[in-house]
Design a protein around this ligand. Structure first.
Ligand code: IMP
Ligand code: MG
Length: 188
């Protein structure tokens, strides 16, 4: 772990590194190749679920060689805690017209599935030509609704993770790796 990182106090709240910067980069190369192959010869609209997906989306779109346009949507399922609410609130709507477009919806993590299920349903209602989903992390053990992503970076165990865009109460997003948050720091 870098000792000269600016957020040393954040690093002290991590019990272990689950995915290193290097592991993430290696997997991103493979994942972007999968996406490039799936959409070869087509254009896509990438929709990022913010804030969590910002770091992942910024990295992955720079490895895509297909033409794309980017839009963002805001959905919040966690309000200052580590337990999800049932129905996520979609608080920011997209600006692009996705009717007839190939849409790739990207989130940081697939947990209970409530967020991606709700956002996918909303986007399907806008009649895209196709809708696929991509997540960096998949916590299969926590699924509450039937939902699987088309592109998955890593399957991870049922632990609360932060870093590389993932937060606890908006903290830790800047960490370049993904780490497990210590239990005594999972409270405000
Ligand atoms: P779902 O609706 O339960 O699938 O949760 C998806 C959202 O919950 C993601 O967009 C994340 O913002 C958040 N989330 C789920 N698990 C974690 C975690 O381990 N760390 C940080 N955020 C998480
Ligand atoms: Mg979040």
């Amino acid at each position: 772990m870098p000792t000269d990182a600016p957020a040393l106090s954040q690093i002290n709240n991590i019990s272990r590194v689950l995915l290193s910067e290097e592991q993430i980069n290696t997997r991103l190369n493979e994942l972007s190749a999968e996406i490039n192959a799936a959409y070869a010869g087509r254009e896509i609209i990438v929709i990022a679920i913010i804030n969590g997906a910002v770091v992942f989306v910024a990295d992955i779109i720079r490895q895509l060689n297909i033409p794309l346009r980017l839009d963002c949507i805001r959905a919040s399922s966690y309000r200052q805690s580590t337990s999800p609410e049932q129905a996520p609130a979609i608080t920011t709507r997209i600006h692009l017209n996705i009717e007839g477009a190939n849409v790739l919806l990207i989130d940081d993590i697939l947990d209970t599935g409530n967020t991606l299920a709700a956002v996918s349903k909303m986007l399907q209602g806008m009649n895209p030509a196709s809708l696929k989903t991509c997540v960096l992390l998949d916590k299969k053990a926590r699924r509450a609704v039937e939902f699987e992503a088309d592109f998955v970076g890593f399957e991870i165990p049922d632990e609360f993770v932060v870093g590389y865009g993932l937060d606890f109460a908006e903290h830790y997003r800047q960490l370049p790796f993904i780490g497990v948050l210590k239990h005594d720091h999972q409270r405000i």
